[in-house]
Design a protein around this ligand. Sequence first.
Ligand code: NDP
Length: 300
Amino acid sequence: MARAIRAEVARDVEELKNRTGMAPRLAAVLVGDDAASQVYVRNKIAACSEVGMRSEEVRLQATTTQEEVMGRIRRLNDDPDVDGILLQLPLPRGLDRSAVILALDPERDVDGLHPLNAGRLLMRLDAPVPCTPAGIIDLLDRTSLPIEGRHAVVVGRSEIVGRPLSILLMQRDATVTVCHSKTADLASFTRQADLLVAAIGHPAFLRGEHIREGAIVIDVGVNRLDDVREAAAIFGDDSPRVRQVRERGYTLVGDVHPREAAGRAAWLTPVPGGVGPLTIACLLRNTLRAARLRRRPVAR
Ligand code: NDP
């Protein structure tokens, strides 16, 4: 599905290039040296070139001051050749994330983080939909899995995943329950879910007991496991994933226990190779959208 979205984007990029002479251009801002963020940004840059878009990685030291980060963002806002700005989160400790987000030009904000875009989304006005929630809705639609009338339980309420996703699901007429770290008796809610979304950030956290038989389970989590024993407990002693930890030093696991979920869920997204590639595909789509809006013919 991610491939299908990328192919659609590539076709439309070509069309835009023919019409305006310019391919869309994304600036990916990475502050600090978080290993996972570096991989994400590298993948996003590679995905841009695959669909014919231009991109630039803007790398800032972890010691960069708040003012310097915001100044860099403002310069990108003022650059007529930048269509989309992606701010890779999390930011290093000490930086005020809200202030940095507020510095983004809403028209170039391809992850829909700016309050203007988040507000437009709430009001059902045209807006860039945050990439991970957009990918999840696309996944359900392309699989023809119904949303309307279903009970969706979203575990996690972050600004970038859980919260916007819960709004999108509600707008699609699901009945939505949002759970978080203070939810008492989590399993009593998650077991009611027709559609269960895990966006928590704890490896294999949702177990079989959390999942209703026949549920659709979307695992957003991406967690690094570097302990062989821990990997064996989750994937089984003979799993190639355990070998991966031995040979490569780590493997990735979602927020859902993969073996226990596989025994109960009707549908389960894999980690890696599930929500991640869809997120990147939706980032490309949002960048294309921003480029089209910026280059639309001006009415006279
Ligand atoms: P955040 O840390 O911002 O939010 C985590 C959420 O989980 C919070 O709302 C938190 O609750 C909740 N939570 C934490 N512990 C528990 C618990 N014990 N029980 C119930 N809820 C809990 O994370 P993100 O939303 O940014 O990311 C979540 C996961 O998704 C991470 O693994 C991340 O790497 C992954 N991710 C993957 C993407 C992809 O493309 N595949 C994209 C973005 C994220 P509270 O609000 O109370 O603190």
